[in-house]
Ligand binder design. Sequence first.
Ligand code: ZN
Length: 132
Amino acid sequence: MKHFTLKELIRSATAQRLGINNTPPASAVKALHALVDNVLDPLRDAWGGPIWVNSGYRCAELNRLVGGTPYSQHQKGEAADITVGSRSANRRLLALIKRLDLPVDQCIDEKGCRWIHVSHRKGRNRRLYMKF
Ligand SMILES: [Zn+2]
């Protein structure tokens, strides 16, 4: 954990507004650390500028409320939605993720690169690149 804090991977405006306790279990904290160490920090180093996390860990209730898929890796602390500020910059970020061949399980271009979903898990990471 070099460039990212646990706090920014857990905080949620929706959870705050609705009084949902989004405190992750130990297993999810461990997964968030692995996500940062293997994907987010190396990406941040190569990118050379700030990368913002829109959404990281989500408890089941929060995940449901924000319309996450039922088996979303956000619920395990394995995923983060990131942005560098604009669609065009996010496209460059996505190209960089591919070029660095980071150990992503899924990397999703969301809504024309409005944000990028990246995940990392223990074991084999599939490097699945998708568009939604
Ligand atoms: Zn996501």
